[in-house]
Design a protein around this ligand. Sequence first.
Ligand code: VGL
Ligand code: ZN
Length: 198
Amino acid sequence: MTQALIVVDVQNDFCPGGALAVPGGDEVVAPINAMMVQFDTVILTQDWHPAGHSSFASSHPGKAPFETVEMAYGTQVLWPDHCVQGSDGAAFHEELRTDGDLILRKGFRVGIDSYSGFFENDQTTPTGLEGYLRSRGITGLTLAGLATDFCVAFTALDAARLGFAVTVDLTACRAIDLDGSLQAALTQMKEAGIVLQS
Ligand code: VGL
Ligand code: ZN
């Protein structure tokens, strides 16, 4: 089995001091840097939104961050403005090694969010990552990064559905944990046959 490491969204806005800070988000940097040397292929995802993105509460008058809205593709959580293309907040944590093979940006369409590295939140628009992995002969994936219950879980669940053998290293992940979202994500990942390392 050819293995790749997917490093999910280890960006300033998800670290302490950032616009959508994940508690302990910066703690994943050192273990991820250490993991990178064990993989032939390292892929990093980068949340990359245009200003005025539809996942931002500021784009919905009367709505506050962490409320939800109904979009054409289903329920969407609204977030503080974060990871705006080209901003410091969208940059990778400065101590993260970024010398991987591929940096995959996602969430760049104004009208649709993309938690998963494989499909946008309509669950049908592909990012191209599946084709990249298949053409490189990669069949096993290990995931780490931010946030466990959103972008890591959505990426892991899509990967498992696509037939990849998936491990999530929880020691190198941190969660947002909104209304029980962490427990729900862990349960779903277990049910999907994803190996959870802790
Ligand atoms: C993420 C919320 C909004 C994540 C990205 O990386 O988990 N969460 N955008
Ligand atoms: Zn985002």
